[in-house]
Design a protein around this ligand. Structure first.
Ligand code: UN1
Length: 496
């Protein structure tokens, strides 16, 4: 711990400002406990100031031609590329995931910058025939106004870009409230937006707790859209509060994602997919695999292949390139993960490996949890139903393809699923019958690409999608314009 750590500030309306109260909160490295800096403990006053700045900036930004807005995003892409390594290292330091993954996180932001930059010359509306002569109709996308982006710590750059870049290309302005565990990566992203030439006030960043900053954003009448990624519990609260003023709300929430392994699967391939999906990012992805649904004929073989590989996974500081799995984000997550392992044992699941916080040597300074595997898990157990958000995997045995699909679908979440099979008929049936927003055939549950819609069914979302063309729908209002050039009153639908 050092007392000379950096003190960072909010960026509101083109000005650096601390919290009015002068209070700050600390940002720690979850691998080492090292203090990385202090950020303003903002509240309602700062949130409202940011909304006011965004509201003012909106009147000019909405009139900037979309291709010009796109050019700024292209420059953002270039700058993110240039600074990729440095941002990845910062992200590993404050979030813990290994460098390969933080580089991937920045890469998702780069991809999104180019993709949405390109949308500056598309933003397709549509023109369709009208039923009356000498009349035209066109449907166009309008910006909505001030968008609040409330983002999680597991993808500190990628997820904010999925929200901010489509919002910006469509002509909206932004108040960005990043997770308090990863403020530094968020700040770097905002600095890059301004370095790329974004006009002041178009993006405003406010650090602080959901309970004060987030709450103020939910209640501010000038916020038109809330885009939120986080737990289902918090998302439900966001939706209920925002409903009072009829804000548009887009929610990305929990997952209980499964990899199905059928009796005809390539087991070597399945093992690789499961390891990456379950233990990558220490299981802290909303797409992470936390259930393996395996046909009983290959169950023992699969588990026998998995266990030594799980036990070989190296825990450690993500800056060390030989490490496979970094720490979990904070002590409260560590405690939650461990308590789920207790719940699993109490429910009668069999703990095969892991199940404890690893404090061996250097690991004692951070929040490390040993990659964990349970077998003999029944589909209705809490460890098979509730989102743990850590490196804990449950193996559920099934007797048939139909049972596998039923078990897959029977959770309150619906983000991502995967199936390993060589049978084209089973693939087609899985495509038809699996009720998640994303399905992988012969690959794990993680690895969504930004040009496709991202999101899920049931408790994972509220019907919206991020990324791809679908992502624009959250941040645009459809406006239809009819032009009648007949010179007389023509009445649609009325018989003459
Ligand atoms: C998330 O975990 O919140 O498909 C997002 C993936 C990543 C995004 C995950 N591209 O796992």
């Amino acid at each position: 711990m050092t007392t000379t750590a950096n003190v960072f500030q909010n960026y509101i309306g083109g000005k650096w400002r601390g919290a009015e109260s002068g209070q700050t909160f600390p940002n720690y490295n979850p691998a080492t406990g090292e203090l990385l800096g202090y950020f303003p403990l903002s509240g309602e006053a700062e949130a409202n100031a940011a909304v006011a700045a965004a509201r003012t900036a909106f009147e000019k930004w909405r009139l900037v031609p979309a291709p010009k807005r796109g050019e700024i995003l292209f420059r953002v892409g270039e700058l993110l590329k240039e600074h990729k390594e440095e941002i990845a290292r910062t992200m590993t330091q404050e979030m813990g995931k290994i460098l390969k993954e933080t580089r991937g996180d920045v890469q998702e932001g780069i991809d999104m910058a180019y993709y949405m930059g390109g949308e500056g010359r598309r933003l397709f509306g549509h023109s369709v025939p009208v039923e009356l002569p000498n009349k035209a109709g066109v449907a166009m996308r309008d910006p909505i106004g001030v968008v609040s982006c409330i983002t999680p710590w597991n993808f500190p750059v990628a997820i904010p870009t999925w929200k901010m870049f489509p919002a910006l290309i469509a002509g909206n302005t932004v108040v960005f409230k990043p997770a308090s565990d990863t403020p530094l990566s968020a700040l770097r992203l905002v600095e890059i937006l301004y370095e790329a030439g974004l006009p002041e006030g178009v993006v405003n960043i406010v650090f602080g707790p959901g309970g004060s900053v987030g709450e103020a954003l939910l209640h501010n009448p000038d916020v038109a859209v809330i885009s939120f990624t986080g737990s289902t519990e918090s998302g439900r609260h966001v939706a209920m509060e925002a409903a009072k003023s009829l804000k548009r709300v887009s929610l990305e929430m929990g997952g209980k994602n499964a990899v199905i392994v059928m009796d005809d699967a390539d087991l070597n391939l399945a093992v690789e997919g499961i390891l990456w999906s379950a233990y990558g990012t220490a299981g802290q992805r909303c797409t992470a695999c936390s259930r393996v649904i395996v046909h009983r004929d290959v169950s023992k073989e699969l588990v026998d292949m998995l266990v030594p590989r799980i036990e070989q996974l190296r825990l450690g500081n993500g800056l060390d390139e030989s490490v496979d799995v970094g720490p979990v984000i904070n002590v409260s997550q560590l405690t939650k993960i461990h308590s789920y392992c207790g719940i699993g044992k109490d429910e009668g699941a069999k703990l095969i490996t892991g199940g404890y916080a690893d404090r061996e040597g250097e690991l004692a300074r951070g929040n490390f949890y040993r990659p964990t595997l349970f077998t003999n898990v029944r589909p209705d157990m809490r460890i098979a139903q509730e989102e743990i958000f850590g490196p804990v995997l449950s193996v559920i045995e099934v007797q048939s393809f139909d049972e596998a699909i039923a078990v897959n679908n029977n959770t309150k979440y619906g983000l991502s699923s995967a199936i390993y099979t060589q049978d084209i008929n089973r693939v087609q049936r899985a495509m038809r019958d699996i009720t998640t927003g994303i399905l992988y055939i012969n690959s794990g549950t993680t690895g969504a690409e930004i040009q496709f819609p991202f999101g899920g069914t049931r408790g994972t979302g509220n019907g919206h999608r991020e990324a791809g063309i679908a992502g624009l729908d959250v941040f645009t209002e459809w406006k239809v314009v009819y032009t009648d050039y007949s010179g007389k009153l023509q009445k649609a639908q009325i018989d003459e």
